[in-house]
Every structure is written in structure tokens, then in C-alpha cells.
Design a protein around this ligand. Structure first.
Ligand code: AMP
Ligand code: GLY
Length: 426
């Protein structure tokens, strides 16, 4: 099969690495890819949301399956575009249709979906400009802290946890009246603050059946000890030791199965990954958010623990035959540690040469690329998150030490990483 992968981050390098291990893959193309994906397939200079250009490339290269990595093209309707176009509808595309992608694209849509299907989540109410005054009253009477969420995609910045009513009222006004998050904040979800331990689960569904992939926990804050600003993710671990068989059973019964059945009931087209962010308190899971794709850097620890042929999983997703397959999970632990540019998640400088990549290939470990490109003979930085060291080990401590060891031997100016990924499980 010829496969086209959309995206350019560490998640996509990991997908490419796993796809290339399958004998079912003939040619692999990545649009636009990075310096890491270039070693595994052919990078195409095509932007992730340029549907016309993607369709053209898919036809030229006789693509059988398209795997969409990031949410932007999904929320913009890439799956509908391919399905509704006579010349491209024969191509299998992994991801939800635009309406189903609203599970990630609109917090209010996700909340009402969960409400309708009795899926446990935080109590909430939604407000717009039209009921702004009512929202202010709701905030004043709400317990603290209080969570404000811009309805639409806001580059990971649209969730605010406010410790005082004054702060919440000010942020509420900034979102609804002063368009702090642009159109994404035209509707605001106000919800109850949940406490507990966060973790994520990943489902692969063909629209009827689903498989439960290895779980993960990511580390979003820039600083050690979970301090400082939120980032796209500074590291991840899998497995998550709090996921006991009893908790998994509850998640399947109250969250995973009702989610897939709800999509079916709503007649939504969904052949792809569902990433569910959970809060676990006293053994009870609640949904914090849905994403309509895999996570980054979660993919970097989920796929190395997946023993299945990944292309066979993708093909079964397209064909609606996931019920014929079972997930085969590596018992070893995986830990990903992300190397970022100094200054990230604020301003940072690009174009730094990365040294020591070749020498550091250690058995049982991988170095996945995120913000990199090849220029002349050098690999240079092009983003905030630059590289991800991933190792398998007998336990989280061993895998984390190995990933940190790899990064100790890779250099670019002002490179930073956290040395405490997985700390609570070591
Ligand atoms: P989201 O963009 O929905 O993933 O939210 C970003 C982060 O905000 C989550 O990973 C949580 O750490 C936090 N968060 C979101 N909603 C809540 C909530 N209701 N209670 C506590 N923390 C939350
Ligand atoms: N690591 C969080 C995400 O991919 O959304």
C-alpha cells in the first residue's frame, strides 16, 4: 500500500517509523514532514490544510491510505473533502468527518455529546455574548477554582483555571466581549474544577468497533515538578501505573463504549483515533476533553508499546474490520523526553545546528524529530519542540534514565529538557 501521512511533528515521525516496519507499506510520503520523516519516506512540500494540493499528491502517488496527524485539517473537513470528491473517494482516510471532529473543535459540542450519552464529565454551562449577564451571575455563585474554556480551537491556550471570582469575571469579559481568543471565544464553557490524577486513553475506531490502545500520561508544564507555563507537552510515559484492571473496566463501560456508540447513534462518520483526556479521582474517571487525533508526545510512547502491524490496523479501520484484530501490547515501559528551544513556550530562536544525533542511537531507544529540517548537511531547529528521546525499559525509571542519557549527549544552543518525566512513578 502507498501511504500519505499529514503533519510535521514528533507524532508524525513516530507514525512514519511504525508504518515503515510493516511489510504492507510500499511507499510512504509525508506532507510536509521534517528531517526525521525524510529518513523513512519522501517529504512533499504540501501544507497540512491545503486540501487541493493534498488531493493532487494523493492521485499522483497512487495513495491508498491517508493518515491525518494534527487536528487542524480534520476540524476544517479534510475527511469530507476526500469522501465527497469523485476522484478521491476511493482513498481511505484516517480521521473523523468534520461534524465528528467537533468533539475536539468545540468544547460546547463535546460537553453536550457527553451529557446526552451520560458520559461522566465536569458540570458545566455554556454562554455567549447574548447571555453574558447570566454568565457573570453564574460565575459569582460558582465554587472556586472555576474553569473557563473558549469553545473553539485556541492553540492550546483556551483553558483558564481561575482562583478568584474577580479573575474569572475579567477573563470571561475578555473572551466574550473583547475577543481575547478571536472567534474561538465567541462561546465560553464554564465548568467545575476537577481534582485527581490526569491520564489519557486512545481508541482506534472503524465507526462500529474499537480497540483500546496503550494509555499514556503527558507532562504539559515547561518546568520540573510541573511548574511554569503550559506547553504542547514536555514528555510522556506509558503505561500509567494508576490504570488498574478495575479502572480500565470502568473507563470501557462508562466512557469508551458509550463514546463510540454515541458517534454511531448520531450517525457521524468516524474512522480514526479518539484521544480522551481523563481525570481520575478516588478511582472514578471523568472526561476532561476529547481530541480527534493522537497526542503529541503521547504517540511517541504509545506506538513503541504497540506490537501490532500498524498498517494492518489502519487498513482494518478503513475496512470496518477492527473486530477481527486484537491489540498486542509490549510489557516494557516507554518514556519520552522532549528537547525544546530555550525560551519556549514563549519566544525562541530557530536555526540552531543540532549536534550528536548520529552517535546517539542506542538499542531500545529512538530519537524522533519535531521541529527540525535538513539544510545542506546539517539538521537545524525550526520549532519550539525540537526532538523527542524515547526509550523502552523494564520500568518507568529505567526508561526515563535512558531517554535523559540520550539527550545529555545531543546538543544545540539553548537546548532544554525536563529531567523529571515520570517522577511520580519512579
Ligand atoms: P484541555 O485544553 O481541555 O485539555 O485543558 C487543558 C488542561 O486544563 C487539562 O489538561 C487539565 O490539566 C486542565 N483542565 C481542563 N479542564 C479542567 C477541569 N474541569 N478541572 C481541572 N482541570 C482542568
Ligand atoms: N499532548 C497533548 C496533545 O497532543 O494535545
Amino acid at each position: 500500500m502507498n501511504i500519505l501521512l499529514i503533519g510535521a511533528g514528533g507524532r508524525e515521525h513516530t507514525f512514519a517509523w511504525k508504518i515503515k516496519q510493516s511489510s504492507l507499506c510500499k511507499n510512504l510520503y509525508i506532507a510536509p514532514g521534517n528531517a526525521g520523516t525524510e529518513t523513512l519516506g519522501i517529504n512533499l512540500p504540501v501544507a497540512i490544510a491545503d486540501f487541493e494540493a493534498i488531493a493532487k499528491a494523493a492521485l499522483v502517488y497512487a495513495i491508498d491510505i491517508i493518515l491525518v496527524g494534527p487536528e487542524e485539517p480534520l476540524v476544517k473537513g479534510i475527511v469530507d473533502f476526500f469522501m465527497n470528491n469523485q476522484s478521491t473517494k476511493h482513498i481511505g482516510i484516517i480521521g473523523p468527518a468534520q461534524q465528528a471532529a467537533q468533539l475536539e473543535g468545540s468544547k460546547a459540542y463535546a460537553k453536550s455529546f457527553m451529557h446526552r450519552y451520560n458520559i461522566p464529565t465536569a458540570e458545566y454551562k455554556e454562554f455567549t455574548f447574548l447571555n453574558f449577564e447570566e454568565g457573570c451571575l453564574y460565575i459569582k455563585n460558582h465554587s472556586l477554582p472555576i474553569v473557563l474554556k473558549a469553545d473553539g480551537l485556541a492553540a492550546g491556550k483556551g483553558v483558564l483555571i481561575c482562583e478568584t471570582h474577580i479573575e474569572a469575571l475579567a477573563e470571561f469579559e475578555l473572551m466574550l466581549i473583547h475577543s481575547k481568543f478571536g472567534d474561538a471565544g465567541n462561546k465560553v464553557v464554564i465548568e467545575e474544577y476537577l481534582t485527581g490524577i490526569e491520564m489519557s486513553i486512545f481508541l482506534l475506531t472503524d465507526g462500529k468497533n474499537y480497540l483500546f490502545l496503550p494509555e499514556a500520561k503527558d507532562y504539559k508544564r515547561i518546568g520540573e515538578g510541573d511548574t511554569g507555563l503550559n506547553t504542547g507537552g514536555m514528555g510522556a510515559v506509558s503505561p500509567v501505573p494508576i490504570l488498574t484492571p478495575q479502572l480500565k473496566e470502568k473507563i470501557i463501560r462508562h466512557i469508551a463504549t458509550p463514546t463510540v456508540q454515541g458517534l454511531q447513534q448520531d450517525n457521524l462518520h468516524y474512522k480514526g483515533f479518539i484521544f480522551v483526556g481523563l481525570m481520575i479521582e478516588n478511582g472514578e474517571p471523568k472526561v476532561i476533553e476529547y481530541n480527534c487525533r493522537m497526542g503529541d508526545p503521547e504517540t511517541e510512547v504509545v506506538l513503541p508499546r504497540l506490537k501490532n502491524d500498524f498498517v494492518a490496523l489502519l487498513a482494518a479501520t478503513i475496512n470496518g474490520t477492527l473486530n477481527e484484530l486484537a491489540i498486542d501490547i509490549e510489557t516494557q515501559a516507554a518514556v519520552a523526553v522532549v528537547a525544546v528551544s530555550g525560551g519556549y513556550p514563549g519566544e525562541y530562536v530557530k536555526g540552531k545546528i543540532i549536534y550528536g544525533l548520529e552517535e546517539n542511537i542506542v538499542k531500545g531507544s529512538m530519537v524522533f524529530h519535531a521541529g527540525t529540517i535538513k539544510e545542506n548537511e546539517n539538521i537545524i531547529t525550526t520549532g519550539g519542540r525540537v526532538l523527542i528521546a524515547v526509550s523502552l525499559g523494564d520500568n518507568i525509571k529505567e526508561a526515563a534514565e535512558q531517554s535523559e542519557y540520550i539527550l545529555q549527549n545531543i546538543h544545540f544552543t539553548d537546548m532544554k529538557y525536563r529531567s523529571d518525566i515520570g517522577y511520580e512513578f519512579k
